[in-house]
Design a protein around this ligand. Structure first.
Ligand SMILES: Nc1ncnc2c1ncn2[C@@H]1O[C@H](COP(=O)(O)OP(=O)(O)OP(=O)(O)O)[C@@H](O)[C@H]1O
Length: 670
């Protein structure tokens, strides 16, 4: 609307758009253009291609449309697929300004999907109507064929019944297939959206929330699948259609319909009470039991070494016993619920039969109508029973949806306009300006007022005792941690101006904790550079001092590092591969956390050679406790309790550096 009404916005630029969005409190994200990102949008978005004019577009199912103004009237027209493969940025709208809008993220995402509920409605209606065939057929046989002595109508009645039953079965099958594919698609979409969101959240928020919660979030999506699929899903959908059976009973037997209605009400009240009784026995020890089992499995070696496993045995047996007791009680009460529900269904049928007999004797209804009514009763109590047994699932789903909505309200790294792309060809100058970082409000800052400069092509060793903030500083230097105060400038620009994705694609980072992913050696390396050739992988492994390790893996890049689901490498071996991954990028900005932590002389030698080769061509920040590596740096920064106590050349630099100075000079000269 603003585009259409405000003349000035016809020549908008990205900053103006973002200011407008901020003014209207519309939360937005900025990403590089990619269909993967856009396939989850629920509101229109703005494409900002690098080489052409901006486009306002939106997603409509699997297709995309763009806004055109013809005679000042906005119109949506199909967007050429090429428009989504160009380079540039896209501003997507996360949530609309109303305070409540964020709370409906789930509904908004789902409404963008195919309209599955329309065919499900029509198929359910069809199957409910054709489901009347068998009771009505029985009634006709009883009243007309047997009672009315008219056997000639039997073939046509039978044909009609067979046709109706065939339609019933086909519509049920078609509905089951739509429901299972819809529930699968829901689960898949929600998992994808959740995973993307997790990846785009700031690291500090992620580490605060913890791994278990992230896993729980992704599993939440799975819960959606269970609601719609299976017999309980069908029961829930059939519930509103039981009214068709009720109307038929009313038409066949008049006020006899009151019997199932009253029984349904009774059914509801009894089941509500029973459910409360069952829920009171919900096991509370499950997570404690699970954690203890996990701990035990992880600590087997330590337990065996310690020799004294008695304490663990006692603890585990106690947990096991309590876990079984709670589960037994819960299953017992669940069994009771099932039995009561079944008894209530039987009672409903019996009460209907007994009441109906008087109507038959008074000749108010035919015996055939009574039989049909009793058969129809099962079509009411069945779905009611299923729906009731699913009530716990519905509560679970409801909380899963609320959790999803809250999760989608959390801010991400993309909620700011970060369009700058780093110059990947030159070694950057980096300045840390009064950087302060706290992991949470109640702990001492991990970094407090850090300031120092790194010249282009300089190699800097960051040293200090454990816990002094080295890792925190490096993670801030590549923008995965956000300082609360101060900033980092890279080539004169605040790091937060750079597109986070482009920045991290450029910077080579090695974490102190080796992190290998399931897959082959090549897969693990190509995460950093998907198009790397085998030659580049060999070179990176060599530079990281991993040649001996590689030889022990039969020089095979395709060796699976996770045979039988377990990493076949130790942490130290893994750390070589992670270092190789960082070096593979051949980046002009390397940030390496304890690159050769185990001080293996061969690896150290390879690393020093590598440093000498790139000296002057890349800016390198690394942390270490290794004296020999510290000697290689052009500058050292000593940290203590999160503050810089010294930043400058090594005190004996003058004596040790001539070779480095010569190397730097010759590298700079090409
Ligand atoms: N995710 C986190 N949550 C809370 N506190 C953290 C987190 N990571 C680090 N810290 C704390 O911040 C401080 C600095 O930790 P950091 O890991 O940056 O130090 P370090 O010098 O790299 O230590 P080391 O040499 O042992 O790797 C420490 O007190 C640490 O306990």
């Amino acid at each position: 609307n603003n585009l259409n009404c405000e003349q000035e916005t016809k020549s908008f630029d990205s900053v103006m758009v973002v200011n407008t969005l901020k003014k209207h409190q519309i939360s937005y994200s900025v990403h590089e253009i990619s269909t993967a990102e856009l396939s989850h949008t629920i509101h229109p978005f703005l494409l900002l291609p690098t080489d052409s004019a901006p486009i306002v577009a939106r997603r409509s199912g699997e297709r995309y449309e763009h806004l055109t103004l013809s005679a000042n009237q906005p119109q949506w027209q199909a967007l050429a697929p090429e428009s989504l493969t160009v380079t540039g940025h896209v501003i997507t709208i996360d949530a609309l300004p109303s305070a409540k809008s964020g709370a409906h993220a789930f509904a908004a995402h789902m409404s963008k999907r195919t309209k599955w509920y329309k065919p499900v409605f029509w198929l359910s209606l069809l199957s409910s109507l054709t489901g009347l065939a068998v009771p009505l057929f029985t009634m006709a046989v009883y009243d007309r064929v047997i009672g009315g002595q008219a056997p000639e109508v039997l073939p046509s009645l039978a044909l009609g019944a067979i046709l109706a039953v065939t339609i019933l079965i086909s519509s049920r099958l078609a509905r089951a297939s739509i429901l299972s594919s819809t529930s699968n698609r829901f689960a898949r979409d929600l998992s994808n959206i959740t995973f993307r969101r997790l990846l785009s959240m700031p690291l500090i928020v992620l580490s605060r929330v913890g791994l278990t919660n992230h896993l729980a979030r992704i599993r939440n999506a799975e819960k959606v699948r269970t609601l719609l699929s299976g017999p309980s899903g069908a029961g829930l959908i059939d519930l509103p259609f039981t009214s068709i059976a009720l109307v038929t009973i009313a038409l066949l037997s008049g006020w006899l319909v009151l019997v199932p209605l009253v029984m349904l009400l009774l059914f509801y009240l009894v089941m509500k009470a029973v459910k409360r009784y069952t829920q009171a026995a919900t096991p509370t020890i499950s997570s404690e039991y699970q954690n203890a089992s996990n701990d035990l499995a992880k600590q087997l070696l330590q337990l065996k070494i310690s020799g004294d496993t008695q304490g663990w045995n006692t603890k585990f047996s106690r947990l096991c016993k309590e876990h079984c007791r709670q589960n037994f009680l819960y299953s017992k009460r669940n069994g009771l619920t099932g039995a009561i529900a079944h008894a209530m269904s039987l009672t409903t049928a019996l009460v209907t039969v007994f009441t109906g007999i008087f109507l038959v004797l008074n000749q108010n209804i035919s015996p055939g109508a009574l039989i049909a009514c009793v058969m129809l009763i099962w079509r009411i109590t069945g779905p009611a029973q299923l729906a009731f047994s699913s009530s716990q699932k519905i509560t679970m789903m409801d909380s899963a949806i609320k959790q999803f909505d809250r999760f989608m309200e959390a801010g991400t790294e993309h909620n700011e306009l970060r369009l700058d792309v780093p110059d990947t060809t030159q070694a950057p100058e980096v300045s840390f300006k009064h950087l302060t970082l706290r992991y949470s409000a109640d702990v001492e800052p991990a970094l407090s007022g850090i300031s120092f400069d790194v010249a282009s092509g300089e190699i800097v060793a960051i040293i200090g005792p454990n816990g002094c903030g080295k890792t925190s500083l490096l993670q801030t230097a590549i923008g995965i941690l956000d300082a609360q105060a101060g900033y980092i400038s890279v080539n004169g620009k605040n790091l937060k101006q750079y597109d986070p994705q482009s920045f991290r694609q450029w910077a080579g980072f090695n974490s102190a904790q080796p992190d290998l992913f399931p897959g082959s050696l090549a897969d693990n390396l190509r995460i950093a550079k998907p198009d790397a050739t085998d030659e580049e992988l060999f070179q990176a492994l060599d530079n990281a001092g991993a040649s001996t390790l590689f030889a022990s893996l039969n020089n095979d890049l395709n060796v699976d590092l996770f045979a039988q689901g377990q990493s076949i490498l130790t942490d130290i071996e893994g750390s070589y591969i992670c270092l190789a991954r960082a070096l593979l990028k051949n980046s002009t900005y390397l940030v390496l956390d304890e690159p050769i932590a185990n001080q293996n002389p061969y690896a150290r030698h390879a690393f020093i050679n590598m440093l000498n080769r790139i000296r002057g061509k890349a800016t390198v920040l690394f942390t270490t406790h290794d004296q020999t590596l510290i000697q290689q740096a052009d500058k050292v920064v000593i940290l203590d309790k999160g503050a810089v106590v010294y930043a400058g050349p090594l005190p004996d630099q003058a004596e040790t550096s001539p070779s480095k100075a010569t190397m730097q000079e010759s590298n700079a000269n090409g």
